[in-house]
Design a protein around this ligand. Sequence first.
Ligand SMILES: C[S@@+](CC[C@H](N)C(=O)[O-])C[C@H]1O[C@@H](n2cnc3c(N)ncnc32)[C@H](O)[C@@H]1O
Length: 390
Amino acid sequence: MTRLVTHDLAVRPTRDELAAQDFTSSLRGHVLNHMAATMKTRFETEIAPKLKDAPADGRAVHAAIRPDTYFRFYSALRIGAQEMVWASVNDAVTRDADRLAATAKLLTAKGTGSLTLDPALEVPRSVSAIDVHHMPGSYSAEAGPDDLTAGATYENGLSVFSFGLMGKNLDDIGESSAFWLRHSHPDFAPTAILDLGCSVGHQTLPWKRAYPEAEVTGIDVAAPCLRYAHGRAQSQEVDAHFVQANATALPWPDASFDLVYSSMFLHELPLKDIKAVFAEIRRVLKPGGLMLHYELPPNNQLSAYDGFYLDWDCWYNNEPFYKGYRDQDPATLTADAGFPAGKFFQTVVPSLAWYGEAAVAEALQGPAQIGGNTGRLADGVQWFVYGNWA
Ligand SMILES: C[S@@+](CC[C@H](N)C(=O)[O-])C[C@H]1O[C@@H](n2cnc3c(N)ncnc32)[C@H](O)[C@@H]1O
C-alpha cells in the first residue's frame, strides 16, 4: 500500500513487500472498523451493565474493559498492526535511501519553493527521545547531511496506516480543511500561510492549491522530514517553503501571517509547549488573521466510552501527550493565549476523499456535530476543526 506514494520520491517495493503492506492495511481496516464496533457493543451490553456506577470518564471505561479478553485481543492486534506498518516499508525505504536523497537534491532546482534548515536547532525530546507511534527513530533520526529516510518512512507508513482514508495523495485533512475555509469564508484571501509541524508537507500543499497567490510555508523540527517535504512538493509542482524551526519560538516578526494552520500536531506536544505554541500563533498572526487546527475531538465533548476509545493511543501507541492534550478544552486554550473572545469556533468537516465535494458542500450548510466517526480513522471519517479569528 505504498501504492499511494506516486511522486518522484516513491520507493520501489518488491511484490512480497507490497503484499505485506496490503495485508497490514487490511488488518488495520478490520481492527478499526469491525473489531472496534464489536468491542463497543460488548462494553455496552456485557461490561457496563455489571458496573456499580456508570463510568464517569474514559479512564473509568479503561479500568472496566481492561480485563476483557476481546479488548486484549483488539489491543494486541492493533499494536501488532502498528508495528507491521513500519516493518512493511522499512526495507524498501532503506534500500532506496541514496536514490531518494539524490532525487530530492535534483528536485531542489525546480520551481520557486525553498528549503531552509537550521543545524543548530535543538530537536525537542518529545520528538527525539521516543519512537512516536512506534515509528523507529521517530521523525528526526538522520544518518547524514542529506538523509531523508525518516520522511520516506513517515509518508510510506502513513500510506499503509491509513488504508485509503487519507485520500489518493494522503492529503485529505489539508484538502478538507481548505475546502471548508474557502466555502465558509469566501472573502478571506490569505497571502501568507504557515503550517506548523508539517512533517512531509502533505497537508501543507493543499493550502497552496486552494490559495495559489499565497506564500505557503511549512515548519517542522525534523530535518529529514523537511528534505523529503521539499522534494515531494517540487515533484508535485507546488511551490512551498519548508523551514526547520520550533513552533514554540517562531522565527518571524509579529503579524507575519494571515493563516496559521496545524494538522495532527498539538496532541504530540507536552502541555507547556502547546501553550507556548498558541502564544506564538497569536503573536505572528495579523489582525483579522485566522488560527485553524485539525485535531482529535476533546474529551469534554465525548461520551466516556468514546473518550476512552480515542485515548487508547496514549496508553498503547507510544503517544505520551495524547491524553494530556485531549483533556484540554480548545476554547479555553485559545482564550488563555489572548485570542479575542467571541471569535472562537469549532466544526466538523466530512472527509472530501470519503464523501466527495458535492456531499461535503451540502453537509457544510447544516449544523456540525461531533459523531461516532469524528477524528477516528475508520470508514466515513469526519475531521474535527477549530480555530479563532485574531
Ligand atoms: C503527527 S506529525 C503531523 C504531520 C502532519 N501535519 C500531518 O497532518 O500528518 C507531527 C509533526 O510535528 C513535528 N513537531 C513536533 N514538535 C514540534 C515543534 N515543537 N515544532 C515544530 N514541529 C514539531 C514532528 O516532527 C512531526 O513531524
